[in-house]
Design a protein. Structure first.
Length: 525
């Protein structure tokens, strides 16, 4: 054999090998792409914004930007069920007329519907992991302990609210320009932490930074990962800033909370050994210890799960309420009058006082009606094939969203596109409706807190916190738009959510309140 040909042969073989490898990689990538591309269900019309190419995994970023517009288009064009893609699979969209027949159905799983959207098995996503691992534990803490202790924690919330407002908004009698959503986030984080972790940690600057940034980065990290091909997510998590931040804040949370949990458990054991009556518990660390009853529980993950559930939705509701007060200054006086009258007549902050603030309750519910955080009433995965009452067949393993689409329906609400702050207060004046139409109430016509078995278990706490904070804001501060801000758009949409624009500035100044809110809170605390 002529050795002069050896390099040529070697190079040829190398080229063949490289070509084969490249073809194999491309073929594998094409197969993965094909397998990852969501396939529409044959029995449901496909709704897109830009034509059939929208049903494609590469359009996950488009879902992030225009998901809400996509679903609203389907609700207008299709009378029944339809389907959309969020880049990670198809979702069957159902109008709210199906909500009552599905809300408590045993074959419809909330946990399985949301699990793959929130990456609970990834490092740093500890809040989601605990929530999905043992959802009954978290629900029991909220539904049994927090909700049944609302009377106990109301005065604590009112007292803490004074400190939080002072820290975030200050005492200046001059108009100040504020990024309102950031201030509201600070206030909500502190108040929520007062109930979840007690007075010491709720004022700890490091913890407040952790709880705010953990919640923010959890949702950002999930959103970013949902825009990746599923096969790449386990690797991409290590290159995404939000996921990196999550791991950092999760570790910091453990460093702060673990010693507190151990100290609480140790004190409880010592009291039991001495035969003494345990001290009354006033925060969720203690309630978690009681509910666990020997179960292996990730207490830090549980606290992060509670923060995820509570902070951003309450921040959104409260920020939108402040914006509405700027838009309609004429409603401020009657709201202040009611709050002052009720607090004076009841002797201070209590469940009774909050229950009597019907106008305030109505105002906050009307804010939710016209500016809901999300237009989705329920998420579910269909665990067994199911036929709806009208014959619509839901395939096994399909994912469904039931819309909260009655909020502007003229058959439900008079003049539905007009903001009427007293709308629900007037509805409660009708015979037999005195305890209906409250902020924490749910129905198939009003599912901002969900509906049915999986309705938000913390909605009663959230409603009380919103009412206390809004009342204190109204009594202690004036609000108005900056010049030129009233005409601009105040919300930004993403996926199925619409939230206050973080760049929106509002002017705030301290005022002389009609009664000493601090004194009232202390007298009943």
């Amino acid at each position: 054999m002529d050795t002069s040909e050896t390099p040529y042969i070697r190079d040829s073989l190398l080229n063949v090998w490289l070509t084969t490898l490249l073809v194999s990689i491309l073929a594998t990538a094409a197969y993965v792409k094909f397998q990852s591309t969501p396939r529409p269900y044959s029995s449901f019309p496909v709704v897109t914004l830009d034509g059939p190419s929208e049903i494609n995994a590469t359009h996950a970023a488009n879902w992030f930007r225009r998901g809400r517009a996509l679903v609203n288009k389907g609700l207008k064009e299709v009378s029944g069920a339809f389907q959309i893609s969020n880049g990670r699979g198809s979702w069957i969209i159902l109008p709210s007329k199906y909500m009552d027949e599905l809300r408590n159905h045993p074959d419809m799983s909330l946990r399985d519907a949301l699990r793959e959207e929130n990456f609970p098995d990834y490092r740093g996503f500890d809040g989601f992991r605990q929530a999905f691992k043992d959802s009954t534990f978290t629900q029991e803490v909220i539904r049994v302990k927090v909700t049944q202790s609302l009377g106990l924690i109301t005065a604590n919330l009112a007292s803490e609210c004074q400190h939080a407002l002072h820290e975030s908004l200050g005492e200046s009698r001059e108009w100040q320009q504020r990024f309102i959503i950031e201030d509201i986030l600070n206030i909500v984080a502190q108040l929520t932490s007062r109930v979840f972790l007690g007075e010491r940690l709720c004022r700890d600057k490091e913890w407040l930074q952790i709880t705010k940034e953990y919640a923010r980065n959890s949702f950002m990290g999930s959103e970013q990962l949902r825009q990746c091909l599923p096969l790449t997510c386990p690797l991409m998590q290590f290159f995404m800033p939000a996921c990196t931040q999550l791991r950092k804040f999760s570790a910091a949370a453990r460093r702060l909370i673990d010693p507190e949990v151990k100290a609480r458990k140790r004190r409880a054991e010592e009291v039991i050994k001495l035969g003494k009556k345990p001290l009354k518990v006033e925060d969720t660390i203690g309630w978690m210890v009681e509910v666990a009853r020997g179960r292996q529980v990730d207490y830090v993950g549980g606290q992060l799960a509670l923060s995820l559930a509570a902070i951003h939705s309450s921040t959104d509701n409260l920020s939108k309420a402040v914006v509405k007060l700027c838009e309609m200054p004429e409603i401020v006086a009657p709201l202040r009058d009611e709050i002052t009258t009720v607090l004076e007549s009841t002797g201070g902050w209590s469940k009774l006082a909050l229950h009597r603030m019907r106008l305030l309750d109505s105002f906050l519910k009307e804010v939710q009606r016209l500016a809901p955080f999300t237009i989705v009433g329920m998420h579910r995965r269909v665990m067994k094939g199911h036929v709806l009452s009208d014959g619509t067949q839901l395939p096994k393993n399909s994912r469904i969203m039931v819309m909260n689409d009655k909020l502007r329906d003229s058959s439900v609400y008079e003049d539905p596109d007009t903001f009427k702050y007293d709308r629900f207060a007037r509805l409660r004046e009708q015979p037999g409706q005195e305890d209906q139409h409250q902020l924490a109430s749910t129905s198939s016509d009003f599912a901002t807190f969900g509906h049915g078995e999986h309705a938000c278990p913390g909605r009663f706490f959230a409603a009380n916190q919103l009412k206390i904070t809004t009342a204190c804001l109204l009594l202690k501060y004036d609000f108005r738009f900056q010049p030129g801000q009233a005409e601009r758009a105040h919300v930004v949409p993403f996926e199925m959510v619409e939230t206050i624009d973080p760049t929106l500035k509002v002017e705030v100044r301290r005022r002389s309140e009609e009664l000493d809110v601090t004194k009232v809170a202390k007298e009943t605390g």
